[in-house]
Design a protein around this ligand. Structure first.
Ligand SMILES: [Zn+2]
Length: 303
């Protein structure tokens, strides 16, 4: 039985577990992501965990899922907006110095997509797109069973496809990006515009207002679904995946959410795509990227 040390490095937490070939997670936990001296502390945290894992399991190698733009072939973090001092960091090299094991590093949304293909919503599928809806919108594309990376590892930034010409300003420098219209922050913006006040509210509170049947919250939610489905239509027309998986906190609504998204999507997409590309919910949630780290550490491991 193969065991790999798997990590998911996010802006707030570093999650970890030993993942087995059978898809079991052992010694699972999380620790806060350091906010200073990350190039020293992150390798230190990961190396200590690996040493601990090795007391219990024969660890073959290490799979790391990380936020930011990742050069998978070189194991380098090209850019990170969430962790200060992390951009340009040769993560794979540093960890292998400490552990002597081979390392595979890939972006977290791409990792999550691989995880969903292994054990989640896209099992047995070869053409898959994953969208994560949070403060922003993350994306990953798999075609013919392989991650689409692009010329500079930049493929799949679906949150930054422009859906409104000269629309809302986006932190990426663009205007009218999909994530300005289909993220939790946009749902909040719609709500605030409708109620006409700047009252601070989060996505969860809006969701509970929707459940209570509050008109303004329902209106904001429908606007959100409307924009989301527009982006889904673009993705379906571009890639015609077997499924587009949607993950993120907002999907906690479950069946009612995905049914509404599907019905709006089917209204807008070309008829042939209605059955060909289905919109489904993510299944692995917080563990998806850890499972995906196991997958890419197996398929594409670099020595
Ligand atoms: Zn953007």
């Amino acid at each position: 039985m193969g065991y790999r040390a798997c990590f998911d490095i996010g802006g707030t937490f570093i999650k970890f577990a030993v993942v087995s070939e059978a898809g079991e997670l052992f010694l699972q936990g999380k620790t806060e992501t350091p906010t200073k001296n990350v190039t020293m502390y992150i390798p230190q945290i990961l190396s200590e965990k690996v040493a601990y894992f090795r007391e219990y399991y024969p660890i073959e190698n290490i799979g790391i899922s990380s936020c930011g733009i990742v050069d998978h072939n070189k194991g380098v973090i090209l850019f990170s907006a969430n962790i200060e001092g992390y951009s340009g960091f040769p993560l794979a090299h540093e960890i292998s110095e400490f552990t002597g094991l081979s390392i595979s590093v890939e972006n977290d949304v791409r990792s999550a997509c691989l995880g969903e293909m292994w054990l989640g919503a896209a099992q047995g599928k070869e053409n898959v797109v994953l969208l994560t809806l949070g403060t922003g919108v993350g994306g990953a594309i798999i075609q013919n069973g392989r991650l689409v990376s692009g010329a500079g590892n930049l493929a799949g930034e679906l949150g930054h496809m422009s859906i409104i010409h000269n629309g809302e300003n986006c932190p990426c420098g663009g205007k009218g990006c999909f994530e300005r219209y289909a993220s939790t922050s946009s749902l909040i913006r719609y709500y605030q515009t409708i109620v006409g006040q700047e009252e601070s509210i989060d996505g969860k509170e809006i969701m509970s207002k929707i459940k209570q049947g509050e008109t303004a919250a329902i209106k904001a939610y429908q606007e959100f679904i409307d924009y989301l489905s527009t982006g889904l239509v673009n993705i379906a027309h571009l890639f015609n995946p077997e499924c587009i998986i949607i993950g993120g906190g907002i999907t906690e609504q479950g069946e009612s959410f995905i049914n509404e998204v599907n019905s709006k999507y089917k209204e807008k997409v070309m008829p042939l795509y209605r059955e060909s590309t289905k919109i489904v919910l993510a299944e692995l949630h917080n563990d998806a990227a850890l499972y995906g780290a196991f997958v890419h550490a197996g398929n594409f491991v670099k020595n």
